[in-house]
Design a protein around this ligand. Structure first.
Ligand code: PEP
Length: 251
């Protein structure tokens, strides 16, 4: 008997946006949505809204995540939150190593690895972001860069531990980012999957929109989409989810 197809992950991180009222309104729409099992949805609110969103999504298939957490469980780390704290608030997934954190908050490969291990210790699914910057892409160093990032992130992590990866080329992210093409993405997804192991989904993120989502989901081996701006309005998010459902039907 053949194994059932893995669901397509479609998630969004809200970064530093949304009041509690806005987060609740978004979550209320998700709670009232009927979900196709071919898609695994997730949302990553700011820390202030994790509990409110998780409460509204209790019993729904939408996973709630945190955008970051410290690697220690507790202690004198003013301003930080730990994995047990975000898990207590309802996070089941932890975003780690986003390029904005790597660029502005001293998120080294070593710290990424500590956070992956902390998440796994507490039964939280790590979502590790990797990706080369524009200079590295121009120099043709994208495969070496992401391979090294994945290897460092998974150092000492058992092969059977569930970990999600997201390929997020720095040059493709955010305002002013250049959307990557499927041809840009395909070899890097293959390299990440090779380094991470066959059972770990590799998502793509960086200027994903309704215009390019279907094409990106055609990339061989792609496990889903991690969306920023295009999914910050719930209608935008649900439209990309629908694109993923259609893509799953074609697979
Ligand atoms: C991101 O920053 O991870 C991201 C995917 O953002 P955007 O889709 O807005 O480029």
């Amino acid at each position: 008997m053949s194994e059932p197809a893995a669901p397509i992950w479609v998630g969004t991180s809200w970064k530093m946006t949304k009041t509690l009222a806005e987060a609740r309104a978004f979550a209320d729409v998700l709670a009232a949505t009927s979900w196709d099992p071919t898609v695994q949805p997730f949302v990553i609110p700011p820390a202030t809204a994790i509990a409110a969103v998780a409460e509204r999504l209790a019993g729904s298939p939408v996973l709630v995540g945190a955008q970051d957490a410290h690697w220690e469980d507790a202690g004198a780390w003013t301003g930080e939150v730990s994995v047990p704290q975000v898990a207590d608030a309802g996070a089941r997934l932890l975003e780690i190593g986003h390029s904005e954190r790597r660029a502005h908050f001293a998120e080294t490969d070593e710290r990424v690895n500590l956070k992956v291990r902390a998440a796994l210790r507490h039964g939280v699914l790590p979502l590790v972001c990797v990706g080369e910057d524009a200079r590295q892409r121009e120099a043709g160093e994208q495969l070496a860069t992401v391979t090294a990032q994945v290897r460092a992130a998974l150092h000492g992590v058992p092969d059977d531990a569930a970990v999600l990866l997201a390929y997020e080329p720095v040059w493709a992210i955010g305002e002013g980012g250049t959307p990557a093409t499927p041809d840009d993405v395909a070899p890097v997804v293959e390299a990440i999957a090779h380094e991470a192991g066959p059972r770990r989904a590799v998502l793509y993120g960086g200027s994903v929109s309704l215009d390019n989502a279907a094409a990106l989901l055609e990339v061989p081996g792609i496990g889903g989409l991690f969306v920023g701006r295009a999914a910050w309005q719930v209608e935008g998010y649900l439209a990309i989810v629908e694109t993923a459902v259609e893509s799953a039907r074609r697979r």
